[in-house]
Design a protein. Structure first.
Length: 205
């Protein structure tokens, strides 16, 4: 599935809470979008265009039956928190969270506004949802990473260098998404006869 189709699917997910609140069909619905990028980021603008196209295909058009409030965090945690509070104050029908730190902050600032998330590495392990099939709480969405890949990296390393017994993993220990990744590596290290150590503030991807 290409990226445009994926983002269209995200738009569909964002529309689920709108459909659930369709008792007032004449009221303009409101979506808050908290982007991780800066407002002039070309990739971010491309994603927004695809997002709006996906909504339009589902019958939701900005300026007609829908209003979208965009906020651009530019990778700044303080901006994320400021804009999360601001968007919740606007009482949206749903908020789109575009990465892990944004989702964490949004769930801290509101327990009731529905959230659709994307690009979150381990939503179950980090406690954002109970499970992907039955998320619970006020969030649902998509994960972009399978931690089993970490085990394959270690397996590949042993195939390339069978004599390796000690492996250093460079990762950002402050990145919550790295917790599941590190756990996956630890779970398979013994079967490959490898001792793991972690260092640095760079997350392996």
């Amino acid at each position: 599935m290409n990226r445009r189709k994926v983002i269209s699917a995200i738009a569909g997910a964002a529309a689920w809470p709108l459909a659930a609140r369709a008792q007032q069909p004449d009221r303009i619905r409101r979506i808050g979008v908290l982007m991780f990028a800066a407002a002039d980021d070309l990739e971010g603008q491309t994603r927004i265009a695809a997002f709006e196209q996906g909504l339009k295909q589902l019958g939701w058009s900005s300026g007609q039956n829908l209003h979208i409030d965009y906020r651009w965090g530019a990778g700044d945690a303080e901006r994320y928190r400021k804009y999360a509070v601001e968007l919740n104050t606007l009482a949206p029908d749903v908020i789109l969270a575009t990465n892990t730190p944004i989702l964490a902050i949004l769930q801290q600032t509101s327990q009731t506004v529905p959230i659709v998330f994307v690009q979150v590495s381990d939503p179950v392990g980090l406690g954002f949802v109970s499970s992907l099939a039955h998320p619970g709480r006020n969030a649902t969405g998509f994960t972009n990473f399978e931690f089993g890949m970490s085990a394959k990296w270690l397996e590949l390393l042993k195939q390339i260098a069978p004599g390796v017994t000690r492996v250093a993993v460079l990762r950002d220990s402050a990145d919550p998404g790295g917790i599941g990744q590190w756990g996956a590596l630890q779970s398979v290290a013994p079967q490959f006869g490898v001792e793991l150590t972690q260092s640095g503030r760079f997350i392996a991807r």
